[in-house]
Design a protein around this ligand. Structure first.
Ligand code: FE2
Length: 296
């Protein structure tokens, strides 16, 4: 896949997908793995590999929006626990080991991984230890695996631009855009609402998005919504906005533990696979259809 990923503003990234011909239809495939917490012993790695390999087989772009790492086992971290560290990371250079082992385990998917946002577990390390694990991982993947991946933010827009060649593949004239607003998420778990209230609030103050996607609560929910917009010609448009929350690969439903004492419900993996069909309509213009499904 010929793509270019770049930060174009403080809170805006653009992913350009360059096509080499002029098809009537094109499907953009995006896989959003939920909070991975790769270095946590409770991360269900076989399922993670199954999903990431499936995304690669689908030729999908992998977009993660935070808590790729857990990183709670540093010497000065009050959350540390002897059961929270995997033996391969149990060294003085703990942070470096976690990043190295993430790369060694998941680097084979790096060519499809386009974007890596921040969750509270990564921002905690930046403020506590003054190193940025996302930056470290992304620069390694770009150099070592020729990955397109770039670090994101805690929240922001991602613009997916499908670029169709005008005359020759070196000149791109037509562009179709799919707009995503992501936010890692905040607050505690939402055992009854699964965080839908939170996302409905976002729908009020985020303009222009086709998809609002959140993580963090380790629960999943999908709700298609509608908003009314008006374009520059004064025509009203009834626009679909998908609200999607993705869950987590961390299985916290255990005999003991923090989540058990908080009485959290059973864990769910439920990562989102989103297909966006662009279709040249007979009457001119471009139609867009979307399918949201969950992989568990
Ligand atoms: Fe998380």
């Amino acid at each position: 896949m010929n793509i270019k990923v770049e930060r174009i503003d403080k809170m805006v990234h653009r992913v350009q997908v360059f096509l080499d011909n002029q098809p009537r239809n094109h499907t953009l495939k995006l896989f959003f793995p939920g909070d991975i917490h790769h270095d946590n012993p409770k991360c269900v790695r076989p399922k993670l590999h199954e999903h990431l390999q499936r995304a690669v087989d689908e030729d999908a772009l992998i977009i993660s929006i935070g808590d790729q790492f857990c990183l709670m086992e540093g010497k000065y971290d009050p959350r540390r626990s002897k059961e929270g560290i995997r033996p391969e990371n149990n060294y003085e250079n703990y942070i470096d080991r976690v990043i190295k082992n993430f790369d060694e385990d998941l680097g084979k998917y790096a060519k499809n991984w386009a974007f890596m946002g921040y969750g509270n577990h990564e921002t905690n390390i930046v403020s506590r230890l003054h190193t940025d694990p996302i930056e470290r991982l992304c620069e390694r993947w770009r150099l070592k695996h020729n990955s397109p991946v770039v670090p994101g933010n805690y929240q922001g827009y991602i613009l997916f631009d499908i670029m169709f060649p005008k005359d020759t593949p070196s000149k791109y004239g037509t562009r179709f855009r799919y707009v995503v607003w992501y936010h890692h998420g905040g607050g505690s778990s939402a055992p009854v609402t699964d965080g839908i209230i939170n996302m409905k609030r976002q729908k009020v103050w985020v303009e222009g998005a086709d998809l609002l996607i959140n993580g963090h609560k380790h629960t999943a929910i999908y709700k298609p919504e509608r908003i009314i917009t008006i374009n520059s010609r004064g025509t009203i448009q009834n626009k679909k906005v998908d609200l999607v929350r993705i869950a987590s690969y961390k299985d916290e439903f255990q005999p003991f533990g923090w989540a058990v004492e908080k009485q959290f419900k059973p864990s769910s993996i439920d990562s989102a696979f989103i297909e966006v069909d662009f279709h040249r309509a007979q009457k001119g213009g471009i139609e867009m259809n979307r399918r949201v499904s969950y992989w568990d």
